[in-house]
Structure formats: C-alpha cells, structure tokens
Design a protein around this ligand. Structure first.
Ligand code: GLC
Length: 530
C-alpha cells in the first residue's frame, strides 16, 4: 500500500460510456473490444482506473440500466470472454476496472419479472418486486402518487395471467425498469452472488446505481409537500435515502473486504447535502461516492469553495476521502453548463486544474479531456433517452452528453468505428476536436489533462491529504498543499493577481496565459511549486 493509503482514496477514474467510446465492429455502437483497443490512449492520458457503464444483456430501454442478466455481456457490446480479456489487458496496462451494478431495478425482460407477471398476486415471484393493488372499486387508481424520474407516474398496471386488469408495479424510472423489493431475502442473496461473480472475474470495484433508492417506506405513503421523485432526497422522503438502505451496504462491504486487492464501491447517491452523503461512507459501508454538490456548483468562487469545504468537513467525520466530478452521462457537459463557447471552454480548463488539485480522488467523463460540449441540437427522431419520450419532448434528456467520441480523421464517425455509423450523429465541427488533432497540439484540452495528470502522479502533494486556503480577494480561490504546491483559480471574469508570494513561485501548469507578474486572466487556473 502506498503512503497515500489504498488506491481508491486518490485515484483518477475515467468513466467509459461503453456505447459511445469506441466501436470495433462498425455497427455504430461502442463495445468492449473497442475499449480494449484504446487502453494505450487511457494509459497515456494518465488515469488510474476505468468505470464502465452497464454492458450486460439488456433491451436498452434506458441505455443498459435495464439489466436482463447480471452475469453476462450484451451481444451489442461483446461477450463474457471480451469482458475477461478487457479486465486482463486493463490490468496489464496498470488500469483498474470498476463495473456498474444496477440493484434498484431489473429490466422488465429479466426472468424474475417475467415469472412475476405469469404468477398470481401474493406469489413468491411477485414478492421480489413491488406489486400493489390499486384503489377504487375496480383497482384502477394507482397505489400512490409517486412519479417516475423520467416523467409520468411510477406505477404501471399489469394484466393478470387470466387477462383481466390486475395489480400495479412500481418503477421509479422507466416502466421497463421494475423496482426490486430490498426487504426480500432472495433479492439480497442474489446480489451477493452477483457481486461475487464479478469479483471472482477480477474487477476492482462497483459503481452502484441509484444507491440512495433501494429502501422504500413500506407504507408507501403519498409524496408530501416538498417531496419530488426527480428532486432531492430530503428528510422524511418515502423512497429516497431511507435508513434501511445502509444495512444493504454493510452486507456488501463484508463481501468485498473478504477479497484481496482493495476492491471498492462508489455510490451514485443523490442526497440533500454532504452530511447525508457521509452516512453512506461510514467505515463499514461504501468506500466513496460521487460528489454531486461539487458537480452542481455554479462557476463561482464562493459556491465552489463552499462545496469543497462542506464536502471535506463532512467526509472527514467518517474518515472517507472526497471525490470530485464535473460531468457524467446523466448531466449536461460542463463546457456547456459553464456558459458554452469560448467562455465555457476556458472555465472547463480551469475547473480541470481545480478538480485535479483537490484532495482525494477524481472522475473524468469520457470526452471532457477533449473539451466536448453538450450536443444540444440532436433532432427528436434520433434521441433515445426515455426522459425525452416520457415527457413528450418537453425535457430533452441526456443524449446530448452521450454522443460518440471523435478519435481521428475529418469525417464522421471520426474514428469512433470503422465506418461512418454512430448511434447518435456527431456534429460536423468535431473534426477539430479529435484526440488525434489534440494530441499534437500543446495548447489543447487533451494536452492540459495529460500534463495535469502527469504532474499529479509525480507530486507527493497531490492525491490524498488536506488543503490550506490562502487568503485572496474577489473571485480568486487559492490553496496550498504540502509539500510545496499551490493552486490558484480566478473564477471571475477580470484579471486578478495570485496571492502575495505565489506569483513569484515556479509556474508548473496553467489553463491559460499567465502574466509574468503573476496576473491571472479571468477564468484561469494555475499550478505552482513553491
Ligand atoms: C442512474 C444512471 C442513469 C439511469 C438511472 C436509472 O441515475 O446513472 O443513467 O438512467 O440510474 O437506472
């Protein structure tokens, strides 16, 4: 073990959205052999591990988050042998592998759900899910007012085996994603077995989907005032962030701890604040969780500093490291969130240096190292996110951050696959943004990420540890990390000086042109060694 503690306390983890990363067979959908063919790129980038979005057999009603078999690979993405080969080759490249685990719901095509539909109310088969009788004289009123995260209500009525309208089942997401009942022992045992299946194959950890959602209030009361399904998990919410969920993770931790090699869990936990988040990271629960407080913070010095301070304070109480994240496959890419165009790019460059200098681990979402913006003008007919379809198009959904990566060349698919096909169309302007173009340009976003990750690996001050804020004025954030490192971020629009003394220190890396007098242009960050 390094003096910095186990790897997951300080790792930079690259999120591979498999269907949009690299396509080996020309069907327009990225796949596991595609990921395998790009391991050298990821190693050269300088990340420590990969998190792969779900690649399991799935009808793809929600891009693979509707799993019909947790122990196999969807033919679109390859085979189980491809997964084994990827794990092996990644390890040979010094990269760890984290797979996505989807425990809140299965696909409606999972054998368990098909069996539940074929079995009568009250059966063992139905008890694995959340079936309830409807209200009203004929049962046609949904059991409560819960809503689906993707729009519409969270209940769908089934036809009973005899053809008559029957019970309702809960789906907090698409209707093709029935929620499991986590009070059911069979459900718990099944997921213990799934964990072991992948741990035995050599994965280094799991990203847990909707980790705050597994437990539901057994009374299933209506959502009260201030409780929204798509909203935050506030106190007293009937299906988000219930205390019972923690027991599930204690059971999982006992399993992972029994394996050698620091296997790890990272939770997707959307809760009210870092104090609630910390409860998932107690020493016998999950190791880390995504820091959505940081991701959601606007590009504003005060808001960013508050997010950093609050996260570090709360997580330190339970001994957990912070992780930092700017984008993922569910949110608008941060170049666009921070204002888009040249402004968004400048801020994204500065944000990368901020994130990678903070204590703890970090997540890089594929394409952010290329400075990809959100693709906002995808036509409705190519959009696939259920959010778009379930809201009748009033919410665009998440396809715009999922457009396949541009690797090389001047024409679509820009090296994504052998031919022009990509499951979502790539904008014409992406010829300028290919990895190939950027690799040779020292001023590119890719070169900035590579440089920052190289320094991060070499400097003992970065990774695990703490920070000390330096006093600054206006929109400038500056902190020291020992030994001998300072990060300065000017989150304002006007040029501003680095704190006294820092501007004279050795400039290591900057996201934009820094004046010799230590004046930082607006929306610029710089790293110094002192
Ligand atoms: C998580 C995933 C998201 C998915 C949802 C339902 O939030 O990140 O992509 O749609 O869970 O599984």
């Amino acid at each position: 073990m390094s003096p910095d503690g186990p790897w997951w306390r300080h790792a930079v983890i690259y999120q591979v959205y498999v269907r949009s990363f690299a396509d080996s067979d020309g069907d327009g959908i990225g796949d596991l052999p595609g990921v395998r063919s790009r391991l050298q790129y990821l190693r050269d980038l300088g990340v420590d591990a990969l998190w792969l979005n779900p690649f399991y057999p799935s009808p793809q009603a929600d891009a693979g988050y509707d799993v019909s078999d947790y122990r196999d690979v969807d033919p679109r993405f390859g085979t189980l042998a491809d997964a084994d080969a990827l794990i092996r080759d990644a390890h040979a490249h010094g990269l760890r592998i984290i797979v996505d685990l989807v425990p809140n719901h299965t696909s409606d095509q999972h054998p368990w759900f098909r069996a539940a539909l074929a079995a009568p109310p009250g059966s063992r088969e139905r008890a694995r899910y959340l079936f309830r009788d409807g209200g009203g004289p004929d049962g046609s009123v949904p059991p409560n007012n819960w809503m689906s995260n993707f729009g519409g209500r969270a209940w769908t009525r089934v036809a009973e085996p005899d053809g008559r309208p029957g019970q309702w089942y809960l789906h907090l997401f698409a209707l093709e994603q029935p929620d499991l009942d986590w009070t059911n022992d069979e459900v718990r045992a099944e997921f213990h077995d799934i964990l072991r299946f992948w741990l035995d194959r050599g994965v280094d950890g799991f990203r847990i989907d909707v980790a705050h959602g597994l437990a539901k209030d057994p009374e299933m009361p209506d959502l009260g005032a201030g409780h929204a399904t798509g909203g935050q998990a506030v106190e007293g919410h009937p299906h988000w962030d219930l205390d019972e969920v923690h027991d599930v993770y204690r059971g999982w931790r006992r399993i992972s701890d029994a394996y050698p090699g620091d296997r790890t869990f990272v939770g997707e936990v959307w809760v009210a604040d870092p104090a609630r988040l910390a409860r998932y990271l107690r020493p016998d629960e999950l190791h880390t969780a995504f820091n959505f407080t940081f991701l959601m913070a606007p590009w504003d010095a005060g808001a960013l500093r508050a997010a950093v301070d609050e996260s570090m304070t709360e997580l330190a109480r339970v001994g957990a490291p912070a992780t930092w994240v700017l984008s993922n496959h569910d949110v608008t890419r941060h170049v666009t969130r921070y204002g888009g165009g040249a402004t968004g790019l400048r801020r994204a460059r500065a944000a990368a240096l901020l994130m990678l200098a903070l204590p703890g681990g970090a997540y890089v979402y594929q394409g952010e190292e290329l400075g990809l913006p959100e693709v906002e003008d995808l036509p409705g007919e190519v959009r696939q996110d259920p959010t778009f379809h379930r809201t009748g198009g009033s919410e665009l959904g998440r396809d715009g951050c999922r457009v396949p990566l541009p690797w090389s060349g001047a024409e679509p698919s820009y090296g994504f696959g052998p031919g022009p096909a990509s499951w979502l169309p790539q904008p014409a302007g992406w010829a300028e943004l290919t990895a190939e173009r950027q690799a040779g340009d020292p001023s590119s976003m890719l070169s900035l990420y590579r440089g920052a990750l190289r320094h991060r690996a070499a400097l003992p001050a970065l990774g695990s540890g703490t920070l000390t804020w330096l006093s600054t004025e206006g929109d400038v954030l500056a902190f020291r990390r020992d030994p001998g490192f300072v990060c300065v971020v000017n989150a304002g629009e006007r040029p501003a000086p680095a704190p006294p003394g820092v501007g004279d220190a050795r400039l290591l890396l900057a996201s934009g042109p820094v004046g010799e007098d230590g004046i930082l242009p607006g929306d610029t960050a710089a790293w110094y060694t002192t």
